[in-house]
Design a protein around this ligand. Structure first.
Ligand SMILES: [Zn+2]
Length: 210
């Protein structure tokens, strides 16, 4: 049997959950491409998704700057008050050996999400405005997909919620502006993910390089 050529394989799509292979039939906007074996949604094209993803990425970057700059929490115990920003939390580990934790925390909750938004903007802005893709757009999108599991802003928010329940019994806790910005940021992250259809973005990049 002859080895498959590029033309045999270019309309194939693999389910990222169970590796089942399918021939792609272009879905209409609003239709879903669902894996018949594990029901994972592989294709989710939506009208104006590119522009919405761009607007949400810009919103996230603005919220992220605000969340870093403003106070996150104010804790008051027996008349003594202390307010802390996210950066105070990140650099709370004074011990040099624990400074690795500071770097990792900053990377997972701030740097990687911001880098991912930057990469998405780099890839999507030219596509949405009908311009040729920028140099290295394919590599940029591949990196944004690789970084996706390491972008953990929402995990930090869940961790904060658990910590607040515990601290709430011991001290008076007031949420600062950065706290609400961070909650807004997490909501935008979750909504944005429902608009990102990797297959549609790869298809746009392929049609430009064809
Ligand atoms: Zn599957």
């Amino acid at each position: 049997m002859a080895a498959p050529t590029y033309h045999d394989t270019k309309d194939l799509i693999a389910c990222t959950e169970c590796d089942a292979l399918y021939h792609v039939v272009d879905p209409n906007p609003g239709e879903l491409g669902v894996c018949a074996r594990c029901h994972h949604v592989m294709i989710r094209p939506r009208r104006f998704a590119g522009m919405r993803i761009i607007m949400m990425a810009v919103t996230m970057l603005i919220l992220m700057v605000g969340a870093i700059y403003f106070p996150f929490l104010r804790v008051e115990v027996q008349g003594l008050a202390h307010s802390a920003s996210i950066m105070d939390a990140v650099f709370a580990f004074a011990d040099v050996r624990l400074s690795v934790l500071s770097v990792l925390t900053a990377a997972f909750i701030l740097l990687i999400p911001a880098l991912r938004m930057g990469l998405l903007l780099y890839v999507l802005v030219p596509i949405v405005f009908d311009r040729p893709a920028l140099a290295g757009a394919r590599r940029a999108f591949r990196w944004s997909e690789v970084l996706k599991p390491w972008s953990m802003a929402e995990i930090f928010a869940i961790g904060c919620a658990v910590a607040l329940v515990k601290v709430g019994d011991l001290a008076r806790v007031e949420m600062g502006p950065a706290f609400w910005m961070f909650i807004g940021l997490v909501i935008v992250v979750v909504v944005q993910e429902t608009f990102i259809c990797s297959w549609s973005i790869w298809k746009s990049l392929d049609s430009q390089s064809a």
